[in-house]
Design a protein around this ligand. Structure first.
Ligand code: ATP
Ligand code: MG
Length: 404
């Protein structure tokens, strides 16, 4: 058994000792059978949420009314969810009623796809009531039960299906594709937050190409923020090797670069992405646009900063000559190491010395003066040593007096 399961084992043992059933379930079991890296280990149990809370000393109530309690074990959080059924789904997204049950099989039945509806016991035995193993072998994403019914209950499952195409390099059978096409407009009621979680997993997937084509084929793009009317752009994006990208920021940058929204910030805010990520994407796109006309200069490299420069070079190369990625990245690393300055704190004079040298009252001009020094050093007009900088400051004194 893989380490993440062994680490979670004491939780299952404790539940067993108290007389409850407990299994590993969902994505972890699927990934174990696929020999993929295992993410979060989720646990299903016959114990009720309050019983789980009573049994463990460190718990967090994240959704007791839906049956989920987080148990912290050796600082790792585990979602422990009571066996439940969901019934009478409200407006294609929420179960109206969650009932606790005693049957593992019925708990697995409410799950989205057969590959996600398996459980594994503490002894490693797999409980597979819905052909999950066979579908893993056939690389098939198939709903537990009728796709039409399951997509009508919770429309997000349609986007999840396409996310698994990308993540696992699996396929959908024609009946499932037809059901998605038929029910796709139900995605209108799904919250952006839920869509964004799936989209990020989709963008990171190994078979994003097929997933993007499936988005276009099923009209899913109409129900994703800012992607309506962008089929052509998504087809073009699918021709690039996105697996070469390394960070979330890079993936969103490439998507945004091809979508060409009128306002980058508006587009990304519609996806409710964090401000920090939005700022990075804006910076990346600004640099990419400059690099379409000009090569990297020392100043551009410096102003980008090390990590951003590498990201932007990765993006630029993926869009132009992906075969040269390694060489280009090494070139940037080398050029950066050769810059006369890698960051502002390496400048040989500090603010108070600038003030002393020019004999002026401190004010916002100091930071501007340091920016000028910085620029002059990076562009090799000025050596980075204290006396050279002071001399240079004196020679520019008049400029500072007029402009700052
Ligand atoms: P990943 O490894 O990428 O997290 P995952 O399969 O664990 O994939 P989660 O979104 O973490 O996906 O969901 C955990 C499990 O909960 C799934 O494996 C599935 O059994 C069930 N599940 C999640 N979302 C749904 C849904 N919308 N409808 C039915 N079952 C779901
Ligand atoms: Mg998961």
């Amino acid at each position: 058994m893989d380490t993440p399961f062994i680490e979670a084992k004491p939780i299952l043992e404790k539940l067993h000792k108290a007389g409850y059933e407990a299994y590993y379930v969902g994505g972890a079991v699927r990934d174990y059978l696929l020999k993929r890296k295992i993410g979060d280990v989720d646990i299903a149990t016959s114990a009720k949420p309050y019983e789980v809370q009573d049994l463990f000393s460190k718990t967090i109530d994240v959704g007791a009314k839906h049956g989920t309690i987080i148990v912290l074990h050796k600082n790792i959080p585990y979602e422990v969810t009571t066996y439940r059924t969901e019934s009478e789904y409200e407006d294609y997204r929420r179960p109206k009623k969650v009932s606790y049950i005693t049957s593992l099989k019925e708990d697995l039945r409410r799950r989205d796809f057969t590959i996600n509806a398996m459980a594994m016991g503490i002894d490693g035995e797999i409980q597979d009531y819905f052909n999950g193993k066979a579908h893993i072998k056939a690389k098939l994403i198939q709903t537990v039960g009728s796709p039409s019914e399951r997509f009508t209950e919770d429309a997000l499952r349609m986007l999840r299906a396409v996310r698994f195409i990308s993540q696992l390099d699996f396929t959908l059978c024609p009946r499932t594709i037809e059901a998605i096409k038929e029910h796709i407009q139900l995605l209108n009621v799904i919250s952006v937050e839920r869509k964004t979680i799936e989209m990020e997993k989709l963008l990171k997937g190994m078979n994003i190409k097929t997933a993007l084509h499936m988005i276009v084929e099923t009209n899913l793009n109409k129900y994703l923020p800012g992607l309506d009317m962008k089929k052509q752009e998504l087809r073009l994006l699918a021709t690039y090797n996105m697996q070469l990208l390394e960070t979330n920021e890079e993936l969103w940058t490439l998507l945004t670069f091809f979508i060409k929204p009128t306002r980058i910030d508006h587009f990304l805010r519609e996806w409710k992405l964090p401000v920090k990520l939005i700022k990075s994407v804006e910076k990346n796109i600004h640099l990419l646009t400059i690099l379409q006309q000009n090569p990297w200069s020392d100043l551009l490299l410096y102003e980008a900063g090390y990590e951003t420069a590498l990201s932007v070079e990765r993006l630029r190369t993926v869009m132009t000559k992906p075969d040269e990625l390694k060489a280009n990245i090494n070139k940037i690393k080398h050029s950066f190491s050769q810059l006369p300055l890698q960051s502002r704190d390496q400048i040989a004079v500090k603010g108070h010395e600038v003030i002393q040298t020019l004999n002026k009252t401190p004010g916002p001009w100091v930071s501007k003066a340091i920016s000028e020094i910085e620029k002059a050093i990076v562009t090799k007009k000025l050596a980075n040593n204290s006396s050279a900088i002071k001399e240079w400051l004196m020679s520019c004194k008049q400029d500072f007096e007029q402009n700052y």
